[in-house]
Design a protein around this ligand. Structure first.
Ligand SMILES: C[S@@+](CC[C@H](N)C(=O)[O-])C[C@H]1O[C@@H](n2cnc3c(N)ncnc32)[C@H](O)[C@@H]1O
Length: 278
């Protein structure tokens, strides 16, 4: 299910401008770029996407490409250990376009926010939220240290619960809303954690905030107290969405029962206006 969803998203990519950087990425061998690998960096995922785009749109005077890189598939995920944080990032990279709005509903240490910021670029907008002031500061610092001011998107960071997502997003619509549930990695106090009731409210809000043709990803951790209950509540909500308007999928590792589980929701754009519930 997830691979079909990603394939469709990939086919709908608008071609961003091909820059010298993306051309350089296109000339790298595929094995350096491919993968859901846990070693894969943001650049590698974006590089792969850029390589595909460059292959479809050769520079004037350049020899036409024989065939574009195949899209990342399920075997890429499985053969590299199935790190689902990377799978979520790869899905964002496949749908996001320069100038988009993306929402990080749990910014934490800012790794995901940085990825989203690079994907939407300087004309885009990233809205991020976390209940911990330390997370907001860490995220701001990460973006400022990794992205020069001229390539940074507009950044709206809020110390707030993600159940307020609709209010925080305002009237804009996001192409990606990302949730990475649980506690702040490395935090001294691991009791500050997402909880079932506000997470369900936040996902309900995300259903309203994401645009047709957009994606909501929810990475659920079931290995800590309360995590399984939270996952089951979100799963029940997402299982109840009308298939006429949503494609709702789940990726999990059956032989690692405490590993995170990735829920991926695609808001269909072939029927408007969207009626969200059955
Ligand atoms: C697993 S971490 C996120 C990791 C992050 N995406 C990154 O790239 O570093 C989960 C975060 O959710 C935050 N959180 C917990 N409850 C929240 C809530 N109700 N609203 C928003 N964020 C919340 C925690 O403070 C924590 O920073």
């Amino acid at each position: 299910m997830a691979s079909r969803l990603l394939g469709r998203a990939s086919a709908r990519l608008a071609a961003p401008e091909v820059t010298p950087t993306t051309r350089a990425a296109a000339s790298q061998p595929r094995q350096q770029l491919a993968g859901w690998s846990c070693h894969c960096s943001t650049r590698q995922f974006l590089g792969l996407r850029a390589a595909s785009v460059a292959a479809q749109s050769p520079a004037p005077g350049a020899a036409p490409a024989t065939s574009p890189d195949p899209p990342l598939g399920l075997v890429d995920l499985l053969s590299t250990g199935a790190r689902l944080t990377s799978a979520a990032q790869a899905a964002w990279a496949q749908v996001l376009r320069p100038g988009d709005t993306a929402v990080d509903a749990t910014v934490g240490n800012g790794h995901d926010t940085l990825f989203l910021a690079q994907a939407v670029g300087p004309t885009g907008h990233v809205i991020g939220t976390d209940i911990q002031e330390a997370a907001i500061s860490a995220t701001r610092e990460r973006l400022e240290s990794h992205l020069a001011a001229e390539v940074r998107p507009r950044l709206s960071l809020h110390t707030a619960c993600h159940s307020r997502l609709q209010e925080l997003a305002g009237s804009g619509r996001a192409r990606v809303v990302a949730f990475n549930l649980g506690y702040l990695p490395g935090a001294a106090d691991k009791r500050v954690i997402t909880n079932t009731s506000t997470t369900v409210e936040a996902v309900e809000a995300a259903l309203e905030v994401v645009m047709p043709g957009g994606l909501i990803t929810i990475l659920c951790y079931v290995g800590h107290p309360g995590g399984m209950e939270e996952y089951e509540a979100v799963r029940a909500l997402t299982s109840d969405l009308s298939p006429s308007y949503w494609v709702s999928s789940e990726t999990r590792l059956l032989n690692r029962p405490t590993a995170p589980i990735l829920l991926l929701l695609w808001r269909r754009d072939d029927l408007l206006p969207a009626r969200i519930r059955k």
